[in-house]
Design a protein around this ligand. Structure first.
Ligand SMILES: [Zn+2]
Length: 186
């Protein structure tokens, strides 16, 4: 199986590879250490040092920060404990009127806002659009997934996380704000 170096995987994440090469990499069997190379490439992209445990999106990560697993934007903004749905700490823009929906789909039929709305989840600090969901109005905010990091690292990667505890953070029960301002040093 062909292996790719870290720079190639980094260029893949940045969208900097020619399409033919991108397609070839995407279509081929994954090299065994692809996740770790991708993780290293992600780590080089962000301006902070906290260890990335899992990418959740182009600009969203679960990281280990000061002994706590938190969800963090690439700008440094911390949404809170990783066991909590990060979307609850995002700025939400709901598009449901025809005018609002046509800003996204200017040349196509748009949905009926009484039946479906678009929710855009935006970082409160850097205003990056992090996720979009389409739901019936009134439907609860979707939690996309809650990964079992301990099982993934120990059973799939063979490298158990040292901080594995499975316990919720003090913040979750403390009633204080889960969000923290960006801190680019950690
Ligand atoms: Zn941000």
């Amino acid at each position: 199986m062909k292996g790719y170096d870290r720079k190639t995987i980094g260029d893949l994440l940045e969208g900097a590879l020619p399409w033919q090469q991108t397609k070839q990499i995407m279509s081929s069997y994954k090299d065994d250490d692809r996740f770790l190379k991708a993780l290293a490439a992600h780590q080089m992209r962000v301006p902070w040092k906290a260890r990335i445990l899992l990418p959740l999106g182009e600009n969203l990560y679960i990281v280990l920060k000061e002994g706590q697993r938190v969800v963090r934007c690439s700008c440094g903004f911390v949404f809170g404990d990783a066991s909590r749905n990060w979307k609850l700490g995002a700025v939400v823009l709901v598009r449901k009127t025809r005018q609002e929906l046509e800003e996204i789909y200017p040349h196509a039929d748009v949905c009926d806002g009484n039946w479906m709305e678009l929710r855009e989840f935006i970082c409160p600090s850097c205003a990056t659009l992090l996720e979009v969901e389409a739901c019936a109005p009134g439907y609860p905010i979707v939690e996309d997934f809650r990964p079992d990091l301990d099982a993934f690292y120990s059973e799939w990667l063979g490298a158990p996380l040292e901080d594995a505890s499975g316990e919720a953070s003090p913040n979750e029960h403390g009633g204080s704000s889960l969000s923290q301002p960006p801190d680019r040093n950690t």
